[in-house]
Design a binder for this molecule. Structure first.
Ligand code: ADP
Length: 246
């Protein structure tokens, strides 16, 4: 299989003042795959995301994305390879409409050249319409972000990342605080996004992870404890012991 767009962590460790936040973590996410990463607090999930985006440098080990070695690259260069990250707290602009937020994201000097292409060829509006459709925000195009529901704000931010045409989208706890209906919408949205792009989702909500319906990686003490379909990992005795606490 081609390595284009494949995320590859090989023996990654991160040591903070003698404490191993990641401990020899190896992981492969294939192009177009969606992977859910779960694990108890302190398992190393955030540190893993930080290492992929260049926010934290591994103490040892290698991080690759396609042909690129990310291990010593800085954050901006990694973002320019088409790796987008959605933090838990949305950073949408309240005083702008949904449309304007998406337009702004298109002009942000991040992400691969596709964004520039859309502006130069006058396809920006079509692209914004397409992303509003994909995220379910078409009817809210002219509304200020300030009046959106919690779920809609999260989808708008996912939409802003899509404007940058990422090859890999990292999503941190997207359904925290969402209603059941919003959670379902989010699962459907992420399932649609994956395929064309790779998606890595860090999440606590196991029902949501089940709704995503893809391979799950369980982290514990900075390393991989178990990997496979949700039913398999939930029945793994090691997972039951450390994560589910029964
Ligand atoms: P998770 O996201 O799974 O809750 P984290 O990646 O945030 O876990 O943290 C893993 C461990 O590393 C935790 O014990 C945390 O306290 C520690 N840690 C994270 N960042 C730092 C840091 N900058 N300095 C020291 N320890 C840290």
């Amino acid at each position: 299989m081609s390595t284009k767009g494949r995320l590859y962590l090989d023996g990654v460790s991160v040591v903070f003042d003698g404490f191993r936040a990641l401990n020899n973590l190896s992981l492969v996410v294939e192009p177009g795959e969606m992977r859910a990463v779960i694990g108890p607090n302190g398992a190393g999930k955030t540190t893993m995301m930080d290492v992929i985006t260049g926010k934290t440098r591994p103490t040892s080990g290698t991080v690759r994305f396609g042909d690129h070695d990310l291990t010593r690259m800085d954050e901006a260069d990694i973002a320019n390879l088409g790796i987008g990250r959605k933090f838990q707290k949305p950073t949408v602009f309240d005083a702008l409409t949904v449309f304007e937020n998406l337009e702004l994201a298109l002009k942000a000097p991040r992400g691969p050249f596709a964004c520039l292409r859309w502006i130069l060829t006058g396809e920006a509006k079509a692209r914004i319409d397409q992303v509003m459709e994909e995220t379910g925000l078409t009817a809210r195009a002219g509304d200020l972000a300030a009046i959106l529901s919690h779920g809609q704000r999260q989808w708008l931010e996912i939409g802003m990342l899509l404007m940058q045409d990422p090859q890999l989208l990292l999503v941190d706890e997207p359904v925290a605080g969402m209603t059941d209906q919003e959670t379902e919408h989010t699962a459907a949205l992420l399932r649609r996004i994956a395929g064309e792009r790779s998606v890595v989702v860090v999440e606590h909500d196991l029902e949501f992870v089940r709704a995503l319906g893809r391979k799950v990686t369980v982290l514990h003490e900075g390393t991989m404890l178990s990997e496979g379909p949700i039913d398999q990992v939930q029945n793994d005795p090691r997972v039951i012991e450390v994560y589910l606490g029964r």
